[in-house]
Design a protein around this ligand. Structure first.
Ligand code: ASP
Length: 328
C-alpha cells in the first residue's frame, strides 16, 4: 500500500468552537485530524507530521519555504507516494502556489482545508482530507504539480482562488475550471496544468511588498516600501494592469534604486499588457522602469517575485529578463 505524508499546519479544519472565547480556535491535533476520517487507512499508509496549528493569517513566506523544504525531503523517500498539506483556506492559494513554484518532483502534493470547523454540525474537513489523500496516492495525479483539493474538486495551484468567504464550494479556477474531481472509486482528471515553472532558491532572501492600485492613490506606499528596504514591489493594477498615474514617479524612484517593480492585474484572469499608451498604463509604467507580470494574482505574483529574486537577485536590474520570467 502507498505511503502518504500528511503535514498539518492548522486552519478551520483543525478548529473547534470555544465557548469562553465565542468562536472557532485551533483545537485538533494532526493525529486527531487523521483519526476523524473514516476509511483513510484503506487509501494509503498515512503518516502525520504536525508542522504548526495556526489560523492561516499567521502564514508567512518564510514558513512556506520551511514547509516546502520539509515536503521535498519527505518526498525524496522512495517509499512515499505523495504528500497532503492541511491549511487554513484564507491563504491556502498562496501557500499552494508557493509550494508549486518549488516542487520539481512528479509526486503529487495536495493542499486541503475546510470551511467548517471540526465541531460543526456537518464538518467538511474529514471528506476533504479523504479526497486529498486519495489524490496524493493516485497515479493519475503524478506530474501535475501542487493541487488544491476541496469539496471533491481538484484545482491547479496556479489558477485557484478562494471566491466565497463561507461557502464549502469556495475554491474555483476562474476562466480555467478545475483539473478534475474525486469520485468514490478513483480520481478523475480531464486536463493538466500547462506551463508550470520551478525554481531552486537556496534560501528565501528577497523582500517584496504588494501594493493594490486604489483610485486617487499617490506614490507614498511605493516610497514606504522602498524605505523598508525591499528588493521588489508588485503593484496590482486594474484590468490590463493600469494604475493611478501618480504612482509612476514612485516606480521611477524604485527602478533608479535597482528595486524590481512588477505590474499584476486584479482581474481574475488575463495578463497585464501594454495595450494602452496613456499615463498610468502598462506602457507608461514600463517606460518608468516596471515590468509586467503574468496571469497570477497580486498576492501570488509577490510570492513568485520573492522566489525569483532570491534565486537570481541580478534580475532586479534586468527588466527584459525579469519580464520573461514573470510573464510566463
Ligand atoms: N480563517 C481560517 C484560516 O484560514 C479559514 C479556514 O481555514 O477556512 O485559518
Amino acid at each position: 500500500m502507498k505511503k502518504v505524508i500528511v503535514f498539518t499546519t492548522g486552519g478551520t479544519i483543525a478548529m473547534k468552537y470555544d465557548e469562553a472565547r465565542g468562536g472557532l480556535v485551533p483545537a485538533v491535533s494532526g493525529e486527531d485530524l487523521a483519526a476523524a476520517v473514516p476509511g483513510l487507512g484503506s487509501l494509503a499508509r498515512v503518516e502525520v507530521r504536525e508542522f504548526s496549528n495556526v489560523a492561516s493569517c499567521n502564514m508567512s513566506p518564510q514558513k512556506m519555504f520551511e514547509l516546502s523544504l520539509q515536503i521535498e525531503s519527505a518526498l525524496a523517500d522512495s517509499e512515499v507516494a505523495g504528500a497532503v498539506i492541511t491549511h487554513g483556506t484564507d491563504t491556502l492559494e498562496e501557500t499552494a502556489y508557493f509550494l508549486d513554484l518549488l516542487h520539481g518532483s512528479d509526486k503529487p502534493v495536495c493542499v486541503v482545508g475546510a470551511m467548517r470547523g471540526a465541531s460543526d454540525t456537518s464538518p467538511d474537513g474529514p471528506a476533504n482530507i479523504y479526497c486529498a489523500v486519495q489524490t496524493a496516492a493516485s497515479e493519475n495525479a503524478r506530474g501535475k504539480g501542487v493541487l488544491v483539493v476541496l469539496n471533491n474538486v481538484i484545482h491547479a495551484a496556479g489558477q485557484v482562488r478562494k471566491t466565497h468567504s463561507a461557502n464549502c464550494a469556495t475554491f474555483e479556477s476562474p476562466w480555467w475550471g478545475p483539473l478534475g474531481y474525486c469520485d468514490q472509486d478513483r480520481v478523475i482528471f480531464r486536463r493538466a496544468p500547462v506551463g508550470r515553472q520551478v525554481f531552486h532558491p537556496r534560501a528565501l532572501t528577497a523582500r517584496v511588498d504588494l501594493i493594490p492600485a486604489q483610485t486617487g492613490l499617490g506614490p507614498e506606499y511605493i516610497d514606504f516600501a522602498l524605505s523598508r528596504g525591499c528588493q521588489g514591489i508588485v503593484i496590482e493594477g486594474y484590468g490590463r494592469g493600469n494604475i493611478p498615474p501618480a504612482l509612476e514617479d514612485g516606480i521611477a524612484r524604485a527602478a533608479a534604486q535597482g528595486v524590481a517593480v512588477v505590474i499584476a492585474t486584479r482581474a481574475f484572469a488575463g495578463r497585464p499588457y501594454e495595450t494602452y499608451a496613456y499615463p498610468g498604463s502598462v506602457g507608461d509604467s514600463k517606460k518608468h522602469g516596471a515590468v509586467r507580470g503574468g496571469e497570477a494574482s497580486g498576492a501570488k505574483t509577490r510570492l513568485k517575485l520573492m522566489i525569483v529574486l532570491s534565486e537570481r537577485p541580478e534580475l532586479a536590474r534586468d527588466p527584459a529578463a525579469l519580464e520573461k520570467v514573470m510573464d510566463s
